[in-house]
Design a protein around this ligand. Sequence first.
Ligand code: ZN
Length: 243
Amino acid sequence: CGADLANLVNEAALLAAREDREKINMRHFEQAKDKVLMGAERKSMIISQEEKKLTAYHEAGHTLVAKLIPGTDPIHKVTIIPRGMALGLTQQLPLDEKHTYPKAYLNNNIAILLGGRVAEELVFNDVTTGAGNDIERATELARKMVCVWGMSDRLGPLTYGKKEEQIFLGREIAQHRDFSEATAVEIDDEVKKIVSENHDRVRQLLAANLETLTRLAETLLERESLGTDEIEALVRGESIESQ
Ligand code: ZN
């Protein structure tokens, strides 16, 4: 909205002023956008080399899954510079403004969310709490596919669970269960099925492209941030010259 844009331009102007510039350039806008969208960089945060490496493979996992599955939103940037609460981030920018989401697109998003965890599994043979938020979002998406958007063949095009909204609070306050215990079990099964099928798909995808995953992660470890063109080149199998 207008206010968000004003805020963005203002941040960019501050960055330009800090560098004694008379004009704002694209780099200032890019930095301002990252700050507004993802929070300020926390360069002073102390992170062990091990944790950095794990984050690099985790983020490379998200990025590579998004690159390998056709029809997903383009990756704009991947970074292991901590911002806000996150140790790293993979940022996708949709090509256009979407108002409806096809089932395949949602499944692909679940796959991308699981890409971080699967990279940890494959490379370190271990898992960390770092994927907690990804897993929460993937589960939430799968549950909505079943209960809100009627996308499960087994449960059909029905709504499960009615939300009671209190207008003056403007948010959900209660979730009414309007289905039987047997249906609840079926819903849980379906949600689990959607998430695990995507998990299997991502495991196969990343296991078959382990070399690319490593190239992406190691370059990310070295550079801390990668943009669209660099990611493209690395996925194509080219190595980019070190700085
Ligand atoms: Zn993640």
